[in-house]
Every structure is written in C-alpha cells, then in structure tokens.
Design a protein around this ligand. Structure first.
Ligand code: SAM
Length: 216
C-alpha cells in the first residue's frame, strides 16, 4: 500500500481547493476528502491520476467516481453524524470512506462479485469499516431499511421504487437518472410520506444493473 506522504497530502490539499473553487462549500465534505488517501484506491498508485478531478478505471469495467461527483453527491445528502446511509455501488470503496469520515454509518452494496470481494478485504485494512453486502442494490437492502440517506453511484434508467420505500421519514435519496451516456442528478426527500424531487446537473456514470436497473 502506498504511504501517505508530504507529497500526497499536498496533492490532496490542492484537490480540496479545486473542489472549493468548483462550488463545494460543505466543510465536512471538504475535510473528509482532505483526509481520505485517494491514491491508495488506485491499483498502480499513480499519484498524478489519483488527485486529478477525474474518474478512473478500477477493473471489471467499473470506475472510481470523479472527486467532484463524490463531493457533489455527499454534499447533497446533508450528512449528519450517525446518519444511517445506504450506498448502492461500493466500487473501490472511496465514496464509502468519505461518508465514514463524515461520521455516517454506512451500508454498502456491490453487484460485481470480484469488486465486492476486493473492497471488502481492502477497505477495513485502511481502517474504514462499512457494512458490506453483495447483491442487486437496485432493490435496496430491505433487511436493513429504513435508511436516513441513500446514495446511488451508478446511472439508473428510473428511480427504483424499492429505494424510495426504504427511505426513512425526512430521508434523502441522491441518484443519477437518465440514459447510458448521461444522467440528471436527482435528490428526493421523503416528507410526511410524500416524495419531493429536485433536479441538478448532468453527470456520466457507469450503468446501474439489476432488476430496477439496466439489463446486461
Ligand atoms: N462508489 C464507487 C467508488 O467510490 O469507487 C464508484 C462506483 S462505480 C461508478 C459504480 C458501481 O456500481 C460499480 O462498482 C458497479 O459494479 C456497481 N453496480 C452497478 N449496478 C449495481 C447494482 N444493481 N447493485 C449494486 N452495485 C451495482
């Protein structure tokens, strides 16, 4: 595992400044991104890639999301310490690590068996301990519902009903919805049992697979 050095801390501080310049204001998000050593999530530990604001392949045709995307989704979730959060799409575990740094209790589900096994082993070695699940997160995680917050880190064709059902009262779901090229970021709040939707910019995620996602 590549060590955190003066150089990597410096690169990370630059990334935090860049995210601030792009409009991220939530201090807990910026602090979390400032703490999680993103270069360690890269197979080849290529520093120049790790701290650029870019998505990057993590194997199995999947990606570690762009830092701005991680910051944007995390900010829109309005995380409070001890919030019970479901993440759909564990991938490299980077987003889960950021949420844990923000004080959330994280349940994360991954569909791809190889990535699931890899991240379940790797992330706790770094001191990040979400609850790991393997399966189709487009159906949520009914056995552990309800959740204060749900974050979907893959592009969905529709908002899966299972996810809004598994939101607690007052809860927030953040999910990119669209076609396989680009998706609009949606935030859905459950207030007095009703769903209130807000729309943000377009992003480009790998597809959400599964029953309420895209068919392979
Ligand atoms: N959050 C990840 C990170 O921090 O590295 C990035 C996630 S990557 C953009 C999307 C992930 O969603 C992939 O690992 C993919 O295998 C996973 N995925 C796709 N469909 C899924 C589903 N139905 N349930 C759970 N995970 C799914």
């Amino acid at each position: 595992m590549a060590l955190d050095t003066y150089k990597t801390r410096g690169l990370r501080n630059k990334l935090v400044k860049l995210l601030e310049n792009k409009g991220v204001t939530d201090l807990s998000v910026l602090q979390a991104i400032g703490k999680v050593p993103r270069h360690v999530f890269f197979e080849t530990a290529l520093l120049e890639h790790a701290y650029q604001d870019k998505a990057f392949p993590i194997g199995e045709g999947q990606t570690i999301s762009q830092p701005y995307t991680v910051a944007f989704q995390s900010e829109k979730l309005e995380i409070k310490p001890k919030d019970k959060v479901l993440e759909v799409g564990t991938g490299s575990g980077y987003q889960a690590a950021v949420l844990l740094e923000m004080g959330a209790i994280v349940y994360t589900i991954e569909y791809n068996q190889i990535l699931f096994e890899k991240t379940r082993k790797f992330l706790p070695e770094m001191g990040y301990k979400p609850f790991f699940f393997h399966g189709d997160g487009s159906k949520g995680l009914p056995a552990k519902a309800p959740f204060d917050k749900i974050i979907v880190t893959a592009g969905a064709p529709v908002v899966p009903e299972a996810l809004t059902q598994q939101l607690a009262e007052g809860g927030i779901l953040i999910i990119p919805v669209g076609n396989q090229e680009k998706q609009k970021m949606l935030r859905i709040r459950k207030q007095k049992g009703k769903l209130i939707q807000e729309e943000f910019d377009y992003f480009a995620f790998v597809p959400l697979l599964g029953e309420q996602g895209w068919k392979k």
